[in-house]
Design a protein around this ligand. Structure first.
Ligand code: ATP
Ligand code: MG
Length: 585
């Protein structure tokens, strides 16, 4: 099922000056530009749009569409519209509008959000076009391209036929235009209940394409709309509204996922009819489809994500284990890493799976040159330096970033009692283990060389403290240090100045690579170890860390101070990802 490797496209150059990787959409745009298809007065040659329905939170799949549409507009000096496809009042809400706006902005894209500073805002709402949709519908009725059908829903479904059987014309199909128009106006006036009548395009009930068998274009819904209130009780169907929205906004390349390929004939049909009626001028938009993003270990269906939230499997839409943009952001991903990911996976017309590790790799690539280094001991064990002077703490320094000396140093101290990782001590060593065991010497990174002498245990035999002696002339950065050659080098914090912190270690939310695949019960595939909370000790400088700060804890990976729960002086860190890909190996 998974063909991860095939999809791990070779890395494109990531510098700003590199040409973007080519793809079939760029080839189409290049052709259109060469042919002058969209050379229109005062308008760019490329106008794309990202058209979410405000009925949920955006997820990593949407990010692909956002990066694609805004990215093409940017690269071709065009523009991209953020448009809310808000034609389905029952499921939509302002809460979703707000989070979608936030997420697109956070990803780094701009639709001219501040028109007061010049230029037009390119934020649009389909509900602003309801009058135009309605006028076009009346035109279609008058022109003989649409009729009001009064069959029951059951009859309509039965008469639609199926893939092997042509549909049957509705007994209302040959109603006069005047009669349809009268009924349609009364539908709008609120004289009927939902389902009593419906407006349909008159195309071909025998078409091999089911979407062309007189599709419904307007239905009665006595529902409150989050923007138009109770003004309307008829609402346009998605397949009718969407192409018209594109045409109204002078979109050039309307890019959507492959499942809309069979809807394209109707897309073209409806725009052509409305253009015939004088509503639009040539050139009109054209639709192009690309393969949606499928990411391993992730579900992106809105229904399934909602189930995870509502059944408290996760703490909310922004739980760091969620593939929502708000979740990924809280987890610690950067907008740059998501953009890099979307560029790297590319766009094609064939479905495939992208391995989750590709996303993690993009984060590492983005953060490695940027993130400040710090020390954290996640599973602490006491190390006592028996020959270290009582109550003395000696200053130590380490670079903020090993490749950027200009970023300066971190300061901390070393004293008699330290915290080290439990895994850095073994009472009985094994072959190839170079860390602490009785008789062995290691360097305490940025500090001294110590020799392990033994350990203390509790009544159950658990190690509760490790003992050692240090060599006073071995301090890192001093001349004497060169005389000590040891194989092990471990990290530590001074118990006297370390800060206690909560650390949240996240892992994949599912144990199965394809939890979304047909027939699988995704709720049975949850990873019970997707979150482990540990009490850690971090170096003293961490007391100043502000929420959303990203760091590399040496040896442990990339972390972020949680944007919700972390506070100055009381940090809470989320692990974004480990330093190396360790999953599934
Ligand atoms: P719904 O099931 O509610 O329609 P949706 O995921 O399609 O959910 P929309 O708000 O309609 O949500 O999506 C906005 C845009 O994002 C659409 O153009 C859609 O094609 C695109 N999109 C959604 N999911 C993905 C995905 N996994 N990969 C790429 N693009 C996607
Ligand atoms: Mg959709």
């Amino acid at each position: 099922m998974s063909n991860d490797n095939k999809n791990k496209a070779t890395a494109p150059a990531t510098s700003d000056t590199a040409a973007p990787a080519s793809n079939f959409l760029r080839a189409i745009i290049d052709n259109d530009n060469a042919a002058g298809t969209y050379h229109r007065d005062g308008m760019p040659n490329v106008i794309t749009r990202f058209p979410p329905e405000p009925n949920g939170y955006l997820h990593i799949g949407h990010a692909k569409s956002i990066c694609l549409n805004f990215g093409l507009a940017r690269d071709y000096a065009g523009r991209c519209h953020l448009r809310f496809d808000d034609t389905n009042p029952e499921k939509e809400d302002q809460e979703y509008v707000d989070t979608i706006i936030d997420s697109v902005k956070w990803l780094g894209f701009d639709w001219n959000d501040s028109p007061e500073q010049g230029g037009a805002s390119h934020l649009y709402y389909a509900s602003d076009y309801f009058d135009t949709f309605y006028a076009i519908a009346e035109y279609l009725i008058n022109a003989g391209y649409a009729y009001v059908d009064s069959q029951s829903a059951e009859d309509m479904a039965a008469n639609r036929g199926d893939f092997s059987r042509p549909g049957v014309n509705s007994p209302f199909r040959d109603r006069t235009a005047a009669e349809s128009l009268d009924l349609f106006r009364r539908m709008k006036a609120g004289e009927f209940q939902g389902g009593e009548h419906i407006l349909r395009a008159k195309i071909d009930m025998a078409s091999p394409n089911m979407n062309m068998r007189d599709p419904a274009i307007y239905r009665i819904r006595h529902a409150h709309h989050h923007r138009t209130g109770d003004k309307w009780c008829i609402y346009p169907m998605y397949d009718y509204a969407h192409p018209l929205e594109d045409a109204i906004e002078n979109i050039t390349h309307s890019i959507c996922t492959l499942e809309f390929q069979d809807h394209r004939p109707f897309y073209d049909w409806i725009i052509a009819r409305a253009a015939e009626g004088g509503f639009f001028k040539q050139p009109v938009p054209r639709q192009y489809e690309f393969a949606r993003l499928n990411l391993t270990y992730v579900v992106t269906s809105k229904r399934k994500l909602r189930q995870l939230v509502e059944q408290n499997i996760v703490s909310g839409w922004d739980d760091p284990r969620m593939p929502t943009i708000v979740g990924i952001r809280r987890r610690g991903y950067t907008p740059e890493s998501i953009q890099l990911f979307c560029e790297r996976i590319g766009v094609t017309r064939s479905d495939g799976w992208i391995d989750y590790s590709t996303l993690e790799g993009c984060l590492r690539e983005d953060l490695d040159p940027k993130a400040a280094r710090a020390t954290a001991v996640l599973r602490p064990l006491k190390l006592i330096i028996d020959n270290f002077p009582e109550n003395e703490n000696v200053a130590c320094t380490a670079p903020v970033h090993p490749h950027h000396p200009e970023r300066g140093n971190r300061e901390f101290t070393i004293g008699k009692e330290l915290w080290i990782e439990q895994e850095d001590f073994m009472e009985e060593s094994v072959k190839g283990y170079f860390r602490l065991f009785p008789g062995n010497k290691v360097r305490l990174r940025y500090g001294y060389v110590v020799e392990c002498t033994g350990c203390d245990k509790d009544e159950n035999g658990n190690v509760i403290a490790v003992h050692c002696n240090y060599f006073a002339d071995s301090k890192s950065g001093t001349e004497g240090s060169a005389n000590y050659k040891v194989k092990g080098n471990i990290h530590w914090v001074n118990a006297a100045d370390a800060l206690e912190a909560e650390v949240r270690l996240y892992d994949r939310l599912f144990t199965d690579a394809n939890p979304d695949a047909g027939g699988k019960d995704f709720m049975a595939l949850l990873n019970p170890n997707a979150l482990e909370i540990v009490k850690a000790y971090v170096e003293p400088g961490m007391k100043d860390v502000t929420p959303d700060t990203r760091l590399q804890f040496e040896r442990h990976g990339y972390f972020v101070a949680d944007r919700v729960d972390s506070a100055v002086g009381k940090p809470v860190f989320n692990r974004v990802t480990t330093l190396k890909d360790s999953w599934g190996k």
